[in-house]
Design a protein. Sequence first.
Length: 142
Amino acid sequence: MLRKDYIMRQFEEFGIVIGAILGLKRNKEWEKFELEIEKAVKQFTSLELAELKNLSLEAFEKIIQSSPQLKPDQIKALADLLYEQSFAEQEKNNNSQTTDLLQKSLMLYKIYKGELTSNQFNLETHYRIELITKILNLPNQL
């Protein structure tokens, strides 16, 4: 019961944070947007966004796979945050970083999806995987 309460609090806290991030995105307050994402990555995963952004996709995957402390809900939160960060990079016309963040978030969504049981299907994750795959496969879009 305590574990369930803790997870519910984490989801509630993440919902508040992601709401604030999306508000900053809507208002195009990109500096504050990026700072909030940076803080959220640290808060929910204990990882550093700057370090994650600088890793190759292969090195990133190794870190994620070798981090047993990352629970599925943290992997999903990190995927959401990297996906959102890609919009800030796109706004700066940093196409290579945008693509890199989308690839990393796609990898995380797939890991998260693989952790779910058949009773835990997550429609948002399913659609996000489809959307990112389409974006990455568009010719000359990024």
